[in-house]
Design a protein around this ligand. Structure first.
Ligand SMILES: [Zn+2]
Length: 67
């Protein structure tokens, strides 16, 4: 898969990764399995802001399959 990336040097790859980090800001879908609350956050290791449960499912929106 990485063969398809249009990067020819590590600098470009680094910038690409930084771009993903920026895109990830408040772009992580969180779902609390305890109270069913859903919200957008910027971190994966989060606690439910509604009921303080740590049983939270986190899905980065750019990880959703396109097809
Ligand atoms: Zn909750």
């Amino acid at each position: 898969m990485s063969d398809n990336l249009p990067f020819q040097n590590p600098d470009q790859l680094y910038q690409w990764h930084q771009g993903i980090k920026d895109a990830n800001r408040n772009n992580i879908f969180c779902h609390c399995r305890a109270c069913d609350y859903e919200w957008m956050d910027s971190a994966f290791d989060v606690t439910c802001i509604q009921c303080s449960s740590k049983d939270v499912e986190s899905i980065s929106s750019w990880q959703f399959p396109d097809d």
